[in-house]
Design a protein around this ligand. Sequence first.
Ligand code: MN
Length: 250
Amino acid sequence: MRILISNDDGYFAPGIEKLAEVASAFGDVTVIAPERDRSGASNSLTLDRPLSVRVAHNGFLYVNGTPTDCVHIAVTGLLEHKPDIVLSGINDGANMGDDTIYSGTVAAAMEGYLLGVPSIAFSLARRGHEHLDTAAEVARRLLARHARQRLPTPILLNVNVPARPLAELRGVQVTRLGRRHLAEPVVRTTSPRGDTIYWIGPAGGAKEAGPGTDFHAVDSGWASVTPLDIDLTAPRALRVVRDWVEAGDA
Ligand code: MN
């Protein structure tokens, strides 16, 4: 199996090393990741300058671009063969509910999916790498499953693993995305030179987090596996908007 791995925390992050280690038991692994932390980069492509691919001492490739750039470069030109699967992560922190809109971890997997490769994003649901081994074991189990029975193409999975010892992991649950409350306000402060500056505030807490959601599964000790799609059409708004637009014509 040909496995392509990326992330948004950077090529030096403990999570990507762990994921590459797990994946190496299942086939040929190529790691290509941003040269610095690009968490929150979402699906951005770098279009205003060229990109360089360099090789780290451990063989990982790193790029002066975004997670999406990395997977795009690898699949559309750098790799001799199309990968059989794209993996992203293991992210340092959760990517549940609305996080998936901003996440570079999910974006790297989404780029694989857009290019026709089954793709999985992995996140450890609490920052700090504690119990990274638990997330690695969930990745190992899903890869083993994929090795026995390939995921139907195309598919995009978003996996979040609770930060707890493996013995306390209850299993893997298929979920839907929950929703968060509105983000906390920006933090306004003053730079050393006296300018007003702003820090983007933290994400809101879980709002829609009932049974069946990723928030609920992870909170109750399960790893969540949410299949994602990209069509942003709001089917429930079609009728309302059609009525609204047509009323304007009258
Ligand atoms: Mn990240």
